[in-house]
Design a protein around this ligand. Sequence first.
Ligand code: SF4
Length: 396
Amino acid sequence: MPETHVDPCGAVLERARALVEDRSLAHVRAWKTANPGALAIGYLPIYVPRPLFEALGCLPVALFGGGDELEIVRGDSYFQSYICHIPRSTLELGLSGHLDPLDGMVFPSICDVIRNLGGMWRMLFPDRYVAYLDIPQNFDMATGGRFFAHAMREIAEALGARGAKRLDAAALRRAIGGENARRASLERLDAIRRAEPWRLRASEAYLIARAGAGLPAATHRALVDEAVEAASRRPARLIDNARVVLRGSFCEQPPLDLIRSLEKAGCDIVDDDFQLGLRTIDGEIAVGEDEDPLDALARTYLQRGVATASRYIANDVKGAALVSRVRECGADGVVFAAASFCDPALLDQPMLEAALDRASIPHTSFKFAENNAQFQTIREQAGAFSDSVKLWGAER
Ligand code: SF4
């Protein structure tokens, strides 16, 4: 094949895909072999302070369920039918041994489903470390900040008792620096698809970002940087698509083929909330010279956590944040794609839609499950939406 036909992004995308599809966590096993005695700690969406775990010498591993390839045998028997799919597939992964490389699990306070799953985990895996992390909903540093720092210290002490390193301010500063560098690289990746979506499709950026779920920040940053460099060498293509912002997929993830279906239907997803945990802090985590880095982690979450469904702030603030994001991205409209029965996403959606209506920004919505296999209806709906915003968007 002539060299001009070789996709510069091919190799890095293939590596990212292998990491995303590694449901048995072989890469986590490899990390543990290379770091004897170190702990790998899984966590559910959306957010945990990853630098805390890295500072303790642990590997934080974000889990996003089982996707569309995993057969659910036992997971269904633990849950009623009218909740989302991610707890069943996560339980299936645990009961079938896929998550054995993990020494513990952290369940952040996003919704009752995750809370219940945490309780079940404690009963089903009594020898493993299990923590419920109450993310603060009071955004005052003297209250919520103190509470969050205390919760993080408790995790550090519990993991220390299981062999993790002692919490050390210098190590935490270094880990925060590593997270800031990863975050900056992810921002460069996102900037490419905002400016030139043909250079890196959303489905490709998705793979590159999600590949870091179980990688140390420095390793993931190198992968993201490689993708950014490779994308810059892709030849230009002209694609007449609608530019859309996607919201609602911060926890259970849509199947990759569903994202591709949206692209094929004429939507360039220029901004999304897939794997929001990697982007929960808006900008970098700054640590003052005399500041305890743990307080800095707490403060930054309180002050610069992105407006999303698990953050209990006024609806008009969330609506204004979405409208302003649409404008910053030069998007033509918004696609709401929430997991079926996802209470946090579906409760916020009407208020967000009202804010978009007031700003005359078109939107459409659908629901999915991580194990959906048929996308024809969604593709037709997205195609009609894309056509309509392209035809009539300029008249708004
Ligand atoms: S998909 Fe929604 S309802 Fe289900 S666990 Fe995640 S946040 Fe909770």
